[in-house]
Design a protein around this ligand. Structure first.
Ligand SMILES: C[S@@+](CC[C@H](N)C(=O)[O-])C[C@H]1O[C@@H](n2cnc3c(N)ncnc32)[C@H](O)[C@@H]1O
Length: 275
């Protein structure tokens, strides 16, 4: 393939200059560098310092010039995550020192990405900042498993949620899953792998049929992508049997069965655990 470099350069030149002493919060997308935005690429090219999360693909970090310092601010090897206050303090300190600080987050910074907290802290400190949206793992993950997000005649909405606080009764981030079951719309879950037993129990208690199709998509859009197709009834056992580990998104609803209509799409699923 011949790439017209001047076209790409012209596109990049339309992007704002990354001013010294500012912070850009940028979504790095779900993993595949091809799903980066032009704005994210421009940020990578201009940054002095990149503060990145665990789910930022190393192929994306490699696109930044070697002169850019890279600082890891995620969770690794079962160790606790870096404290959010330490991250915001670092962003503020480095911006005050006159650097162009790129805060690079997996997916979209505002989809379960704590982008709001970081922006609020930057605003309080009087640091100029810009937000660059990214392709969120949930939506990219669905389509890379050939599952449509919406399909006319099948669903009129989709419920995006974190499974993180499931079952933590009274916690601010807990969700009434019985009520969600009654929406009659598909559910797309982030951070739900450890809470699948309780989520399943509550969805079934809310009236969702056990035979509702479900999918688990691991490391979506990366070379390690795996797709499990199952049902609500079987999801916990099938995930355990296939030894699937996060990061994964979970889709529950009739859109999963619509994969058959997308059967002739160019295959992006690298490994399917079950059909
Ligand atoms: C803290 S949230 C961040 C979400 C991110 N801001 C986004 O928009 O995709 C992390 C969760 O996102 C999901 N996730 C992120 N990247 C993923 C990927 N490549 N494949 C599957 N799930 C992913 C997983 O549920 C993971 O536990």
């Amino acid at each position: 393939m011949t790439v017209d470099v001047s076209t790409l350069e012209a596109l990049l030149s339309t992007q704002p200059a990354f001013e010294q002493g500012s912070v850009w919060l940028v979504g790095a997308g779900p993993g595949d560098p091809a799903l980066l935005t032009v704005a994210a690429l421009s940020a990578l090219a201009q940054a002095d310092l990149i503060v990145f999360d665990a789910l930022v693909d190393e192929r994306i970090l490699a696109l930044a010039p070697p002169r850019a310092e890279r600082i890891f601010a995620g969770k690794r090897g079962g160790k606790p995550s870096v404290d959010q206050r330490d991250i915001t303090a670092l962003l503020i300190e480095q911006a005050k020192a006159g650097h162009r600080v790129l805060r690079l987050k997996g997916g979209d910074p505002f989809v379960f990405g704590r982008g709001g907290e970081e922006c609020a802290a930057l605003a309080r400190a009087g640091i100029p900042y810009r937000i660059v949206p990214g392709v969120t793992a949930g939506l990219a993950g669905l389509i890379s498993a050939r599952i449509p997000t919406t399909m006319r005649g099948v669903n009129q909405g989709i419920f995006l949620a974190t499974g993180h606080g499931a079952g933590d009764n009274g916690a601010a981030d807990s969700i009434d899953w019985r009520l969600v079951a009654r929406l009659g719309q598909p559910i797309l879950l982030y951070m739900a792998m450890r809470k699948l037993p309780i989520i399943r129990e509550q969805l079934v208690a809310g009236g969702m049929a056990g035979k509702t199709p479900a999918a688990v998509i691991v490391s979506a859009t990366s070379p390690k992508q795996q797709v499990l197709i199952t049902t609500l009834d079987q999801i916990v056992e099938d995930v355990a049997m296939a030894r699937l580990e996060p990061p994964a998104i979970v889709a529950i609803g009739d859109i999963v069965a619509e994969r058959r209509r997308l059967a002739h799409a160019v295959e992006v699923v690298l490994a399917e655990v079950a059909e």
